[in-house]
Design a protein around this ligand. Structure first.
Ligand SMILES: [Zn+2]
Ligand SMILES: [Zn+2]
Length: 360
């Protein structure tokens, strides 16, 4: 028997457990470690017996609790090399502040260092008080340069990379309990991207974790190297395919013969168009590297889908641009029109609570 538990799915976090009597893996770690552990225990899954965490892509709703989970339970992490690199860049502490805040910080640092006589030691011209008594900002040129290179073309925001992690006031919130986990004098404590064990896989190349056989496949999404997973165990085939702009031919191929499908039904196109998102975000969601709509999934279920799954779990349902009832009716209508597919039970993965475990 293989057991599948969707601990939660949506833009605020995604995590699914697949377990056999011998092996237990987690697909994505998009909630905080605490939340994942809580939901696992609630669902009768033991976090101490985790054999691996597999990551589809580096977006926050898929990796939020990765670092803490992997460290706390000493679990190997499986990701593609590009996803691992993108995650490392994401988790490195950064401080985001406005240009004025940044200049003020530099002013304060300058004033303090002038008091202690340290600042500008190696640059006699730096920061000399002007004749009107005002203080020149020592590295305004650097600030301007950083500003021009700032991500997202914002003219008001500087993203400053801190080599030294002394600025703990600005540590990202997603690492609240790292200090509890790692003794502060170990090298790992200073490196938020540290993981006890990482295995790199490549899309299209299958691998085994205990008695679970995993085949990652490429999905069209705006991440470094996003994948979906075919998970096979005990003669059952489970397919996880969320965060995909469209059902590319290779994805359709991997969906064939599934006993359980976890597939995205992200948005209702009308709701998205009329909804609160900025235009640029709407374009992103609708694009071929965005998310799958109810209609796109419905079209697939009504036509090409082979109908072999006992359960079809609709996942990554948007809270802003979709309604559970809409996603359900769209999928059920698509399946209803096809005789012989009545075994396909449609379930909805929720954001805030785990779905009941499914035994196959
Ligand atoms: Zn994503
Ligand atoms: Zn996502």
């Amino acid at each position: 028997m293989v057991r599948v538990t969707v601990l939660g799915s949506g833009s605020k976090g995604n995590c699914t457990v697949v377990s056999t009597s011998r092996t237990r893996i987690v697909l994505d770690a998009g909630f905080s470690c605490r939340e994942i552990v809580k939901r696992m225990r609630f669902s009768g899954e033991d976090p101490e017996k985790l054999d691996a965490v597999l990551i589809t892509h580096e977006h926050q709703d898929h990796v939020q609790g990765l670092s803490v989970l992997a460290r706390r339970w000493n679990v190997p992490v499986y990701a593609t090399q590009a996803t691992h690199a993108a995650w490392k860049a994401w988790i490195t502490p950064r401080t985001t502040m406005s240009l004025n805040q940044w200049l003020e910080l530099r002013r304060q640092q300058y004033a303090e260092s002038m008091k202690s006589g340290v600042y500008g030691e190696n640059d006699p011209a730096a920061g000399l008080p002007a004749s009107d008594g005002s203080v020149e900002i020592p590295s305004l040129a650097a600030a301007t340069e950083t500003l021009s290179q700032a991500e997202h073309g914002s003219s008001e925001t500087i993203t400053a990379q801190h080599a030294d992690h002394g600025h703990s006031n600005h540590e990202p919130e997603e690492l609240p309990d790292l200090e509890e986990l790692i003794p502060s004098d170990t090298p790992a404590a200073a490196d938020p991207a540290y993981l006890p064990c990482v295995e790199h896989f490549r899309a299209g190349i299958a691998f085994d974790i205990g008695d679970i056989h995993v085949t990652p496949f490429t999905i069209p999404h705006d991440a470094a190297d996003p994948v979906g997973f075919v998970v096979q165990a005990e003669g059952m085939k489970i397919v996880l395919a969320t965060d995909l702009g469209y059902l590319a031919p290779n994805v359709r191929m991997h969906l064939r013969g599934a006993d359980l499908l976890i597939i995205e039904s992200n948005h209702d196109v009308e709701m998205l168009r009329d909804g609160p998102y900025p235009w640029i975000v709407k374009q992103r969601v609708l694009s071929r590297v965005g998310h799958l709509s109810n209609d796109s999934l419905g079209e697939y279920l009504a036509s090409e889908y082979d109908g072999g799954a006992r359960y079809v779990i609709l996942a990554h349902i948007s809270e802003s641009n979709n309604l559970p009832a809409l996603a359900r009716s769209c999928a059920e209508r698509a399946l209803e029109g096809r005789m012989g597919l009545l075994a396909n039970r449609v379930l909805l993965a929720a954001q805030n609570e785990p779905l009941e475990s499914i035994d196959l």
